[in-house]
Each structure stands twice: as C-alpha cells, then as structure tokens.
Design a protein around this ligand. Structure first.
Ligand code: GUN
Ligand code: ZN
Length: 431
C-alpha cells in the first residue's frame, strides 16, 4: 500500500558546520514523502497527482523528520528510572541489579519489552541500541516485541560473571554459548541487529573478556556495546581488576573489542591516550547527558572529542537517564556543554539525534535520512504542542529557531506521530 505524508520535510545529509549551515540539510516547506512497502520512494516538494492511488496523510504545518535514534538505553530499567542514589555503583547495586533479576521470568520480560517499545514510539524514537539483561529470555522478549512493531533494534544479552548478585551472573562459557544461540536466532531476522554486550569491565572476568573477544572475531560485523569511564570510583575499581593495563579503555583494547561498531557509553573521564585510542579505532563515544547529570557522573567533553576526531553519538541511557525523549536529551546535552563554555547549535543537535546517530551505528544506508530508498522511519513534530510553546512560536522567525524551541521545550507532547517502516505507530497506542 502506498501512503503520502504531506508537511514540512527536513533531513540532513551532512554534519552541520554550525549555525546557518543550510548546505547540510534539505528542507521542503511544502514537502511530501511517498512511502511504499515500508520504504521511502520519493521525498521532495509536493505536487498535484503525487497522492493519486495512495492514502494521503496531511501533517501540515508540522515538521517531518527522520525518526530519532537512541544509541544507548537499558530496556530492563523502566522501573528503575528515578531511583535515589548518590553515585553509579550505589545505584547499580541498590536498584538495578535487584530489578534486573525479575527478567528471569519471561512473562515479565515480555510485558516490559512491549511497554518499552511503546514508550520509544511515544517519544518519536524508532531505533535504539538497547541492553537486555543476562537472561537469554530477556533478549527473546525484546526482539519478539520489536518484530511485532517492525522496529529496527540493536540489542543483546548482557554478559556479566562477577561483582553482581549470583542470580545475574553467567560464566565465560555460558555467556558465550547463550550469545551465539541468540545471534543465530535473531541477528538479521527482520530488522533485528544483535549487539555483543559485555556490561563493563567490572562485571566481567578476564576469562569472560576472552570469550567476548572470541565472539567478536566470530561475528565481526556485529555491534559491541559496553560502558567506560563513567564515574571515578568505577574507574578505580575497573583498573584495580586489570592492574597491568594502561587505562580503562585499554582493557577493551587488550581484548580486541574496539572498532567502528563499538559503542562506548559515557566516556566522561578519558585520558589523552584513551581519546587517541577512540580516534585510532574509530570507536564511538556515547554522550548520555541526563544520566551523567542524574548520577552525578560528570560532564562529557564534546569539544575535546570532536577536535581530536573521535566519533560521538547521543543517548538517553534510561534508567540512569531520566527521559525517553531525544528532545529532552538534546536540551540537557546543550546545558552540559553550555556550562563548559561549549556550544551545540540547533542544526547539529537535530543532526545528532537523526543522521549523526545513524552514522554512529553504521546504519546510515538504511535509516537517519528522508531520501528515496531509505526505510520509512519518521517522526512528525509540532512546535506548538503546549500552550507556552504555541505562544513562543509567535516570535520564532526561522527553522533553526523552531528546532531550538523543540529541543528546549519539547517532549513526547511534541511528537504528533511516529512512523515505523511506513506504518503509523504512535496513534495506535492508548493515550
Ligand atoms: N555501567 C554498568 N552498567 C550500567 C548501567 O546499567 N547504567 C549505567 N549508567 N552505567 C552502567
Ligand atoms: Zn548504560
């Protein structure tokens, strides 16, 4: 079935070089997107006859963007969000490692996986790189729920064999075997992408790191996701467990886990050597502003990483993070940079949440832009969604100002509709 969306269509094709960089994006004021079989067939200026034989959805005057992409999130932490703790390790031990044990129950995993993907849809996020728990059934539940919604998800079973409750531990061997079975079951099935997911160096023995290296060698095209340099006490603990390694990132380097498909959550307290290693291996540093502020972890130094030539992605990190909305995440990210005297202009911000994150995940040939041939994952935004936004819009004079208002004041209320592979998903959900 063919469907045409009419509205203002915005899509980036290059990283903006600051404010006013109109060469970095395409924008059709009276635009349209023609979708067939879940893919974009045409995107450009509306013309009469375009919708002949197709269903027409008139989204004017709202903005149509590529669906948001979240580069790091934990689906089992839906009921952890907003837990009161002084620091990362306290938060993990007091709440997260308790909650994640509930995912041994497939019925619980199924319930939360569905609720989680619905929440992403409500916030305009169409793809995420997600952590499951140590239980294989948590991965089955997640990918099954994603398949029901036809969502492109990157996810994997967390591997952890120490420094966690016994009920949350696998072993080097079972972590490897379960990961292989899940990869064979899910990777490439529909839109599912498996991600090798050692939680972090603290919860993996050297034997498990070796098993993870074997997995990465066996499946070189898979993503690898983990955490690094989030919190000072965490760093000290990790380094004490691997005393002969130069620094925290060096642990993952030693086990061959760095590369262009490696997503490293947080990257706050990096040494110069670690920054160089990120650049050299083309690994991705994932900026998680709401989480870094909520857990008091520290301030991500975006400018330092960009000037060094490191790749950067943006993420919510729910449930350490405090909101599912990439718009809220951009707002907090803006403030994190602002207090360091760094700037994040509105074009670069929206780029990060769309094409930037697609590139960080190596998925830019499929998602992240509204171009013929791409998969039709889209979000429709209304910058007048609340009374105060409507009032503020009276004084907005440009597209960039509108984008900045959306990121500063917008949340799920600004998301009018979310299309996943061409199908409207948000309007199907209960209000
Ligand atoms: N480091 C290891 N596990 C986690 C997690 O679940 N959340 C955060 N924020 N950091 C981690
Ligand atoms: Zn995380």
């Amino acid at each position: 079935m063919k469907r045409v969306l009419r509205g203002r269509v915005l899509s980036f094709f290059a990283e903006p070089q600051g404010r006013g960089d109109t060469a970095s994006y395409s924008y059709f004021e009276d635009g349209a997107v023609l979708i067939a079989d879940g893919a974009i067939v045409f995107a450009g200026t509306w013309f009469d006859g375009l919708a002949d034989g197709a269903e027409l959805v008139d989204h004017r005057p709202n903005l149509i963007l590529p669906g948001f992409i979240d580069a790091h999130i934990h689906y089992p932490q839906m009921q952890v969000i907003g837990s009161y703790a002084g620091s990362l390790l306290e938060w993990l031990n007091t709440y997260t490692f308790v909650e994640e044990q509930r995912f041994a129950d497939p019925a619980h995993a199924e319930r939360i996986a569905g609720r989680f993907l619905d929440e992403l849809v409500r916030h305009g996020t169409t793809t995420a790189a997600a952590y499951c728990t140590v239980h294989p059934q948590s991965v089955d539940a997640f990918f099954a729920a994603a398949a029901e919604r036809n969502m492109l998800m990157v996810a994997g079973k967390v591997m952890m064999d120490r420094h966690a409750p016994q009920a949350l531990r696998d072993t080097a061997q079972t972590g490897y075997d379960q990961s292989v079975a899940l990869i064979e079951r899910w990777h490439g099935r529909g839109r599912a992408h498996y991600s090798i997911s050692p939680r972090f160096a603290i919860t993996s023995t050297p034997e498990q790191m070796e098993a993870t290296q074997a997995l990465a060698r066996q499946y070189p095209d898979l993503h690898i996701q983990t955490h690094v340099d989030e919190n000072l006490a965490e760093i000290e603990f990790a380094r004490s467990l691997y005393p002969n390694v130069a620094d925290y990132l060096g642990i993952y380097e030693r086990y061959g886990l760095l590369g262009p498909r490696t997503l490293l959550g947080h990257c706050i307290h990096l040494t110069d050597r670690e920054v160089g290693l990120l650049v050299e291996t083309r690994s991705v540093a994932v900026f998680c502003p709401t989480s870094n502020l909520f857990l008091g972890s520290g301030l991500f130094n975006h400018q330092r990483l960009r000037e060094a030539g490191a790749r950067v992605a943006l993420a919510t990190d729910v449930g350490g993070g405090t909101n599912y909305a990439m718009l809220r995440t951009l707002d907090e990210g803006y403030k994190v940079l602002q207090v360091q005297g760094q700037r994040l202009d509105p074009l670069s911000a929206i780029y990060m949440a769309t094409l930037g994150n697609a590139r960080a995940l190596g998925l830019e040939h499929r998602i992240g832009a509204i171009v013929s041939g791409m998969e039709a994952d889209l979000v429709v935004l209304d910058a007048t969604a609340t009374p105060q936004m409507r009032l503020r819009m009276e004084t907005v004079n440009s597209l960039e100002e509108e984008l900045f208002l959306l990121q500063t004041c917008g949340d799920d209320r600004a998301v009018v509709e979310t299309y996943v592979a061409g199908a409207a998903q948000k309007s199907r959900l209960p209000a």
